[in-house]
Design a protein around this ligand. Structure first.
Ligand code: IMP
Ligand code: MG
Length: 369
């Protein structure tokens, strides 16, 4: 991922892919034009890299020149095309091939056609390396297209975002969600995970997604997913991962402008961890790390027994149940520790000490993500 000005971009089209498209286009044009010597006209600024690579691949003699038009402001195309450098040579009777880096709305192309209307060229062919069909609003024919791309802003290989990014040899796509810090918080029962999650969400402006709460919310409000989940639970079946993931996705979408999420209670299995990665990926984001609070069993048992005396929670007063919950936790964590360690994303945090001390250790880990 890269950052230009205030925005983040992710790798989108590799140099190899660009190379292949350029070579194919050059050969297609050469085959179609036979012995005719074309005049290639690049539209500055964006097309300089494409033109350079294209004419290097073009297998026959040709002429090359440029005109300079400008339409884009920031990440939006404008109707108002400025002609900054026009035609400087007579093109009567010539075959002209326009080389565009990208065709978006087609406004620039409209201007190109206007420029050539009275030039008396033999033919005007349009070749564009990238083309956004969903954005195109004109009906001028595009004779050669390198690659169709979705209607998202891209940079690199000549294309810029407010001046930056033209020099990149590959193409990057704008990330639609801002850069987020997403953590999976793990801690054995009694480790103070809820307390810590509250501090972390305040400090980093994160949204705390507790899977238990999400389930209760959906079931209580009888959302479609809640009803579906309940139908499994009523039969004594496990709720399929996809249902849980869909609920989490709804939470993520509800908080689209969040600076990140704390996932709590999910994932529990390898398959769930993978599904969570896919979900974050589909949101142009990722899990940055798993933070697991380490607390010795004896300390946990003691704390939970103590809590059971006042909370009245049944599962907090029976030592056998407590020990079993701790064991289940470690069985689950071991699987996930492996999963996230493989990605260098596992961080064990010493969970013994005062609340402030533990918060500080967690923050140190997050700040390094
Ligand atoms: P159009 O006039 O809307 O077709 O846009 C054409 C011009 O806008 C291109 O020559 C680029 O300079 C610029 N442009 C369009 N889409 C993008 C993009 O995704 N990234 C950077 N520049 C773009
Ligand atoms: Mg351009």
């Amino acid at each position: 991922m890269i950052k230009l000005h205030d925005k983040y971009f992710k790798p989108f089209i590799s140099t190899q892919e660009i190379d292949d498209a350029v070579t194919r286009m050059a050969n297609d044009v050469a085959n179609d034009l036979g012995d005719e010597i074309p005049v290639f006209i690049g539209i500055l600024n964006g097309s300089f890299m494409f033109v350079s690579d294209f004419v290097k691949q073009y297998p026959k003699p040709c002429e090359v020149t440029f005109i300079k038009l400008a339409s884009y402001e920031g990440v939006k195309s404008s109707e108002d095309i400025q002609r900054l450098i026009g035609l400087t040579q007579d093109l009567t009777g010539r075959t002209v091939v326009i080389l565009e880096d990208i065709i978006d709305t087609g406004n620039t192309l409209h201007e190109v056609h206007r420029i050539f209307k009275n030039e008396g060229v033999k033919q005007l062919l349009i070749a564009t390396l990238f083309y956004k069909p969903e954005a195109y609003k004109k009906d001028f024919k595009l004779h050669y297209v390198g690659k169709e791309i979705p209607n998202k802003f891209i940079v690199g290989y000549g294309l810029d975002y407010d001046g930056l990014g033209r020099d990149l040899p590959e193409v990057y796509q704008l990330k639609t969600t801002q850069h987020m810090t997403n953590i999976v918080l793990f801690g054995p029962p009694g480790a103070g995970k809820g307390t810590q999650a509250n501090f972390l969400k305040e400090k980093y402006n994160l949204v705390h997604i507790s899977t238990g709460d999400v389930f209760r919310f959906n079931i209580k409000n009888e959302t479609a997913l809640g009803v579906l989940a309940k139908s499994y639970m009523d039969k004594g079946h496990l709720v399929p991962d996809q249902v849980t993931i869909d609920m989490l996705e709804a939470e993520v979408e509800k908080n689209a402008d969040a600076e990140g999420f704390i996932f709590d209670g999910f994932p529990r299995t390898n398959a769930q961890a993978k599904a969570l990665d896919e979900l974050m990926n589909s949101k142009d984001s990722q899990i940055n790390g798993m933070l697991a609070l380490d607390v010795e069993d004896e300390v946990l048992v003691e704390r939970l027994m103590e809590r059971g005396k006042t909370s009245g929670r049944k599962d907090d007063s029976d030592e056998g149940i407590i020990r079993n919950r701790i064991k289940v936790y470690y069985d689950e964590t071991a699987i996930l520790e492996e999963y996230y360690t493989e990605q260098n994303k596992y961080f064990g945090v010493d969970g013994i000490g005062s609340i402030e001390e533990i918060t500080e250790r967690l923050c140190n880990a997050i700040d390094k993500l």
